[in-house]
Design a protein around this ligand. Structure first.
Ligand SMILES: [Zn+2]
Length: 83
């Protein structure tokens, strides 16, 4: 995704970013998983890390509107630890 994204509310050019998720080891990029969440005794939620799609979020600097995209090849997550 290289083209500029315009805010649907006020047509300002949106900034690329992401929403961090807190983990025990620090922060990681928010991800999207298919299906419904399944509880795991050990991990909180049971999930296949190879199905994670990193979520890229654009922010409007004018009105603060957020727009998120889950694209596999948009921005590589820096720290996705394999279980
Ligand atoms: Zn806006």
């Amino acid at each position: 995704m290289s083209k500029a994204v315009e805010c649907i509310k006020c047509q300002a050019q949106m900034e690329l970013g992401y929403v961090p998720d807190g983990t025990h080891g620090g922060y990681t990029q928010q991800g999207w998983f298919p299906g419904v969440p399944v509880k795991s005794f050990w991990m909180g939620l049971k999930m296949e890390t190879n199905q994670l799609v990193p979520v890229t979020t654009f922010r409007c600097p004018n009105c603060g509107y957020l727009e998120s995209y889950a694209l596999p090849n948009a921005t590589p997550a820096t720290t996705v630890t394999e279980a």
